[in-house]
Ligand binder design. Structure first.
Ligand SMILES: Nc1nc2c(ncn2[C@@H]2O[C@H](COP(=O)(O)OP(=O)(O)OP(=O)(O)O)[C@@H](O)[C@H]2O)c(=O)[nH]1
Ligand SMILES: [Mg+2]
Length: 208
């Protein structure tokens, strides 16, 4: 598959017009969104990664094209929950995300959570929980537990089990362990992207 940067939007008004199926990536600052996007695209630097939380303040759009021509857009939404972010930054995030969620061409939400957090905490914290509920109401969600390479096999299994329990009331949510570093779960996500890309194919039977 082939991936290419299209454009970025800092404000709702800058969002590009909907064009074909999209897969949207959500998650806290520093959770590993850009790293995951790069791993999916087999590209070292498609989406910029950094050690500085809050680096990506824009929604970034990337076009993915599979052999055979099916296409899907990956959308890297700005990270949330950055402790030092002020009220204005938070408001801007809310506006941008609310405008983005108006789109009807989103086939799948991929929400990232740090696998170590889900291991420590009792359930999801309210900020993550609210976003997950909101996304799960709108469509299928893959809850991706990131940086699983930082946990032992035993602990990552526990993190997965705890998270599955925490979301058992949400039928549209699926949970998986991922690691951009170790390529865990990446093949499966590529498969989901291809399914989203294919969903765009118009039925050959029916009125024209
Ligand atoms: N060990 C390990 N480190 C990771 C993984 N994914 C990301 N990281 C590290 O976590 C830090 C943040 O990663 P990013 O991909 O930039 O995170 P982000 O979610 O895009 O962050 P913002 O754009 O600021 O919202 C970087 O130092 C990455 O190298 C992973 O799977 N394993
Ligand atoms: Mg990023």
């Amino acid at each position: 598959m082939d991936a290419q940067y299209i454009t970025s939007a800092a404000l709702a008004e800058q969002l590009p017009a909907s064009k074909g199926p999209e897969v949207a990536f959500f998650g806290r600052s520093n959770v590993g969104k850009s790293t995951l996007l790069n791993a999916i695209a087999r590209h070292k630097n498609l989406a910029r990664t950094s050690n500085m939380p809050g680096r990506t303040r824009m929604a970034n759009f990337f076009n993915v094209r599979f052999p055979g021509g099916h296409e899907v857009t990956m959308v890297d939404l700005p990270g949330y929950g950055f402790a030092q972010a002020g009220a204005a930054t938070r408001k801007n995030w809310e506006n941008l995300v609310a405008a983005y969620l108006e789109r009807t061409n989103i086939k799948l939400f991929i929400m990232l959570l740090d696998s170590r957090r889900t291991l420590d905490d009792e359930g999801l914290d309210p900020v993550d929980g609210n976003l997950l509920n909101n996304l799960a109401r709108r469509g299928p969600v893959l809850l991706a537990l990131t940086k699983s390479d930082k946990l032992s096999q035993r602990d990552s299994k526990r993190a997965l089990e705890k998270t599955v329990l925490a979301v058992r009331g949400l039928p549209t949510v699926e949970v998986a362990l991922v690691s951009g570093e170790k390529q865990t779960g990446i093949k499966e996500i590529r498969g989901m992207l291809l399914a989203a890309a294919r969903s765009n194919v118009k039925s050959e039977i029916g009125p024209d």
